[in-house]
Design a protein around this ligand. Sequence first.
Ligand SMILES: [Fe+2]
Length: 409
Amino acid sequence: MNLTSQRLFSQSSPPSLDDFHRLCSESAKPETYPLAASIEKNVPIYNLSEYEDALASDDPTIAKLQDEWYQILLSGPGVFVLKGMYTNQPQFSSARDNATRAFERIISHEKTLQKNGDSKGDHFAGKGANERIWNSFGKHALVDPASFSEYYSNPWLSHVCNSWLGPAYRVTAQVNVVKPQGKAQNPHRDYHLGFQDQPHCAQYPRGAQVASQFLTLQGAVAHTDMPLASGPTRLLPFSQRFEDGYLAYREDSFQQYFLENYVALPLEKGDGIFFNPALFHAAGANETADFNRMANLLQISSAFGKAMESVDSLPIVERCWGILAEKYTASTASKKEKLELSSLVQAIADGYPFPTNLDNRPPAPSGMAPESEQQLLVRGLEAGWTRARVVEEMRKMRSDAADVFEWNS
Ligand SMILES: [Fe+2]
């Protein structure tokens, strides 16, 4: 049988660990990345102090750097370090430190808003083990517009985003502070399919699973030094090239392989690290006694993936709810009508719960995506909601998903 004729990755035959091992056994060679200062544990390190002058001119070196970064992300190790990204130029190192102070203010402000005063945790760490700022991008702008504007005017950031995504990208950011005794994450891949549970992920065709990596760039700026004991990100170079990796990383054998083969690099405050979202990776364990590790995680999205026209599903659902309810009643009798109902729901409501407000709609440990409009409609049909009720629930979902951070200080 020609396996490539199958639209979906097989769920009955597991991904091949041997194939994965073959891919991940490659070595990154210095001659492939001549502008890198070094390659450590298969990760090319770019010393940006060598190239700061090139920023101010039409130096072709920038395009050559972008060529190398693109090749690394596409077919090479999948990850590289930009040494001194927020250190070499005084304006960016001071923006970085002022940003750190803004993040600390946001964390303490959000703690006062939480009833128990505890840290909120996130989808990988329990309460108390880390501090998380969802949408640090939007909050930083309100809390300290001066350092925000300086921080995001760093040309290295746009050069690296352009190299993978092209222009018209959208930056989002989340701060993560991992405290002593904070545990390591499980190895995973990232947004988009890394935020789906296994059954949903498996429904996406092979081509979409492979294409997903081109829609996002994953990065982080170190806001503290990150010695190895503090648990900088664990990485498995070359693993982004494994086509069924979004399903494979969930398998015990692949998790074990990661634990036996990952690499980690110490970072200094101000370094940037960027990787393909399909790279197997995991935040490391903070094994220090008294050191908090802070990073601003950057997740940059391609312009592609947005619809051409704005469609507001709420008035459509409001107008058609009676018809939907009728179809639901009829669909208990016939498979054909059931299919018609689900086709209609898929057409009129949003099936994807992003972008969202992760403070109000946090990702859960399993099935990490919050409820979508389509899932809400199905729930409403099953519960026999009135038109008024479904409209109210959709409005609540929207207000929860909106960006509503307020800063009056
Ligand atoms: Fe991740």
